[in-house]
Design a protein around this ligand. Structure first.
Ligand SMILES: CC(C)(O)CC(=O)SCCNC(=O)CCNC(=O)[C@H](O)C(C)(C)COP(=O)(O)OP(=O)(O)OC[C@H]1O[C@@H](n2cnc3c(N)ncnc32)[C@H](O)[C@@H]1OP(=O)(O)O
Length: 257
């Protein structure tokens, strides 16, 4: 498929997807959503791919939903079109997606980064939910996911003042998993994705599912779910291989089955 708003490259077992609307600082419009869904779904279905990295440009991961596309819409347009509901499909991708964020990740950009499985930030990254400055509130999950990431006080601060936080603050409060020099961002994210891709794919996918379950259920339910999934991994050759390799002091040769 030919894409106009993203670029897609395959690096070994990793799919690298780059948002590519530089003139609009990667603002997220309907075309970006449909291309991003097409690319991530294709990688999700590809047995040769085990993980993905989603990145933007040096200046902006994404400066939000496309304000110019939204500005003249009526309530009826928003309601009947169920604007932004399509992003839920992105969260149903089953293989891991790492967000590699440099520059601005604002509004929908911050929300998209939070929809990924974890965020590696460049030291230039700036996160924010500035919707309040436009007379609205977050609409792609910011009020919910940011609160779960950083707690109520900081989420309120971000959503009510519209201020940005830098990479160091984002790391301190748990929004990002690590901060790296800007020049090394994509390489570091690819390295992390390659590491993930070296493990058993079913175990990786089940680990993603189990961690995500913790956001949606009680602790007791989550613990039961984790145990069942853990038990089920003993049906895979990769569990035998991983444990045999440990005992035999050698590298495991996972076959994803
Ligand atoms: C999904 C929801 C519901 O949660 C809602 C949202 O996401 S609403 C959007 C939230 N994001 C913002 O409010 C950020 C808007 N952008 C900015 O504040 C600034 O562009 C900046 C601080 C990120 C960067 O400023 P600067 O370096 O001065 O660059 P600009 O000249 O402002 O921008 C360059 C170019 O990009 C266009 N642009 C930037 N952001 C968006 C956007 N979100 N939607 C559409 N277009 C955007 C900007 O208009 C400029 O275009 P031109 O005027 O040069 O054509």
């Amino acid at each position: 498929m030919a894409y106009e708003t993203i670029t897609v490259e395959t690096r070994g077992r990793v799919g690298l997807i780059t948002l590519n609307r530089p003139k609009a600082l990667n603002a997220l419009n309907g075309q970006v959503l449909s291309e991003l869904l097409a690319a991530t779904k294709a990688y999700d279905a590809d047995p040769e791919i085990s993980a993905m990295v989603l990145t933007g440009s040096e200046k902006a991961f994404a400066a939000g939903a496309d304000i110019k596309e939204m500005q003249s819409k009526s309530y009826l347009d928003m309601y009947l079109g169920d604007l932004f509901s399509g992003w839920e499909e992105f969260t149903r991708i089953r293989k891991p997606i790492i967000a590699a964020v440099a520059g601005y990740a604002l509004g929908g950009g911050c929300e998209l980064a939070m929809m990924c499985d974890f965020i590696i930030a460049a030291d230039t990254a700036k996160f924010g939910q500035p919707e309040i400055t436009l007379g609205v509130i977050p609409g792609m999950g910011g009020s919910q996911r940011l609160t779960r990431f950083v707690g109520k006080s900081k989420a309120m601060d971000m959503c009510l003042t519209g201020r940005m936080m830098d990479a160091a603050e984002a790391e301190r409060c748990g929004l990002v998993s690590r901060v790296v020099p800007a020049g090394e961002l994509v390489d570091e994210a690819l390295k992390a994705a390659e590491k993930i891709a070296s493990f058993s794919l079913p175990a990786v996918m089940m680990a993603k599912e189990a961690v995500n379950r913790s956001y949606e259920t009680t602790l007791a339910e989550g613990l039961r779910f984790e145990r069942r999934v853990f038990h089920s991994l003993f049906a895979f050759e990769d569990q035998k291989e991983g444990m045999a390799a440990f005992s035999e002091k050698r590298k495991p040769d996972f076959r994803n089955r």
